[in-house]
Design a protein around this ligand. Structure first.
Ligand code: DHE
Length: 508
């Protein structure tokens, strides 16, 4: 390659820019023995232009062990070898030999030798406001019931599909940041949605205009985001660095960076942050320090109230009045109920299989409110009376599950079997008899997971979690399949009405 070729590449549209940058880096780096296995050199020469010199990510995702925890090494090697279709990641099998590809893969899964920084300067510098608040038309550019829209996150090729929930037809499909995780959060009027990626990016999307309006990177490895009940603020919870970050929801301007530490100077990852509407606050649980935090925003400044907990908390859930936090203990052996007014532990729950509480749902059963949660490490669903905090029933399932869903208008709750040999099955539970009444196996051999109902509770969507996958539309009453819409590893689905109204059968 010579400088002339580089210039030709630079004159091509943006799609070519990545390759041009790679070539530029190579030219700057100078000649290198073509069979070297020196990973610093190989990385700088072939990867740094897109993934950042310190592996923090750039045009491509971050290449750090925690960020790659969901990607098997063999798959990472395959991506280096063959590239990623429909992205700017080209295949390197003609450029690098087997040894070099393996060495680079190992390198990406090792922690960097120097500490990584993502503070106020980096966050502010990452912000991009494409369409400032108030500059785009206030009417939707398409016709549909705006309250019955679904967003479907397709993790297979990092896209999002907007779906008409009346017709059950896609309206629009757009690329997302790499590895979105956790539920996208809507503004209270349902016009905007905020996505969080594992690499720390927050993307604000205008559904009316089908456009990304602003983006900012809150951290290097982010857990999740929450939007305040009034729609004014976005809070990001990070694993790396140990911070919570407050943003103005309008254009994602950073308002505050909160170090997550205690008086002893110990720092912690954040297990999750959620909005607590009736309290007008955010609630966060810390993963490495036994504390839960209630964060209020006054005069655009975050104020933290600390609650010391008896145990380290993982993901958590609330009762409908947001009086109690129901958290999974990090030891995976029990759950705790914390009274958010007093900060005291109100009850301990015998939940031995690592409950996935973020996916819990509640309903009315014989005049009492119950909640149900699947377990990551046990083929069981626990149903808990929310007055007495007693487990009133444990349902045996065909394997550990990830997600549960229902709707106030449906008599059934749906629970997937995400792990093990029966991961292609889904259980349907009668919410009154508390029995599994049907088990479906919609696509033998392919994981079936995560359900979301439409706003009326009449139809629901189930994912066939595969690159060659689909979402299946079911009638919520007859439990009959109505249609399949092909998609690339669809993960979560999120209905506007259910989310903005904190519907009891869905995640918040
Ligand atoms: Fe998730 C939500 C934590 C692995 C898909 N997951 C969440 C939330 C938390 C969480 C705290 C709630 C955030 C929110 O919605 O605001 N997830 C964890 C983990 O600790 C875990 C077990 C390990 C990890 O590496 O993070 C984990 N999660 C996964 C996956 O492997 C899944 C199946 C595929 C993926 O995308 O990585 C996955 N998680 C999801 C989805 C949601 C989610 C689809 C949103 C569910 C919803 O309906 O709201």
């Amino acid at each position: 390659l010579n400088r002339e070729q580089l210039l030709v590449n630079l004159n091509k549209p943006r799609i070519q820019l990545t390759k041009a940058l790679v070539i530029a880096t190579a030219l700057i780096a100078g000649p290198v023995a073509s069979d070297t296995v020196d990973t610093d050199t190989l990385y700088l020469r072939h990867c740094a232009a897109c993934h950042g010199t310190d592996r923090l990510g750039g045009m491509g995702p971050a290449l750090l062990p925690d960020n790659l925890s969901r990607l098997r090494k063999t798959d990472a090697e395959k991506v280096i070898r063959k590239g990623r279709p429909a992205t700017q990641m080209m295949g390197y099998e003609a450029v690098l030999n087997d040894q070099q590809i393996t060495a680079l893969t190992e390198f990406m899964y090792q922690a960097p030798t120097h500490p990584l920084k993502w503070g106020e300067t980096e966050i502010r510098a990452s912000q991009e406001v494409v369409h400032p608040e108030g500059t785009l038309p206030d009417a939707p550019v398409f016709e549909a019931d705006m309250m019955n829209l679904f967003l479907v996150v397709e993790i297979g090729d990092h896209h999002v599909t907007l779906l008409d929930g009346d017709k059950m037809e896609p309206i629009h499909r757009f690329p997302s940041r790499f590895a979105l995780h956790g539920g996208p959060k809507y503004s209270p009027d349902g016009r905007y949605v905020y996505f969080g990626s594992r690499d720390g990016w927050i993307t604000k999307y205008d559904i009316y205009n089908l456009k990304v309006v602003a983006e900012v990177r809150a951290g290097i490895n982010m857990r999740n985001i929450a939007v305040s009940a009034d729609g004014h603020y976005v809070m990001a919870a990070n694993y790396l660095p140990h911070t919570l970050v407050l943003f103005d929801a309008a254009n994602l301007d950073m308002l505050g960076l909160i170090p997550v530490d205690n008086d002893a100077g110990e720092t912690s990852r954040v297990s999750a942050v959620y909005t607590a509407p009736p309290r007008g606050s955010f609630i966060a649980a810390l993963k490495d320090i036994p504390e839960a935090w209630e964060i209020t925003v006054e005069n655009r400044k975050a104020k933290v109230r600390r609650m010391t907990t008896d145990t380290l908390l993982d993901d958590f859930f609330f009762d409908p009045g947001y009086q109690h936090l129901i958290g999974a203990a990090r030891d995976g052996k029990h759950g705790v109920v914390i009274d958010l007014d007093t900060g005291n532990t109100a009850a301990e729950l015998p939940l031995p299989g690592m409950p996935h509480l973020g996916s819990g749902i509640t309903w009315e059963h014989e005049g009492r409110r119950v909640m149900a949660t699947p377990h990551f490490r046990a083929g069981a669903i626990s149903i808990i009376d929310m007055d007495t905090w007693q487990v009133i029933k444990t349902l045996d399932t065909e394997g550990p599950g990830f997600f549960m869903r229902s709707h106030e208008n449906s008599r059934y709750a749906w629970a997937d079997v995400f792990f093990g040999p029966n991961a292609d099955k889904v259980h349907i539970i009668d919410k009154q008899t508390l029995e599994i009444v049907k088990t479906l196996q919609p696509e033998p051999g392919k994981v079936a997971a995560h359900v979301e109902f439409d706003r009326h509770g009449e139809k629901l969507l189930l994912s066939i979690w595969d690159d060659d996958g689909a979402i299946i539309v079911y009638d919520a009453e007859t439990l009959e399949e109505e249609k399949r819409i092909p998609m690339k590893k669809p993960s979560g689905k999120y209905n506007v009405w259910n989310k903005i109204n904190y519907e009891e059968g869905t995640s918040h």
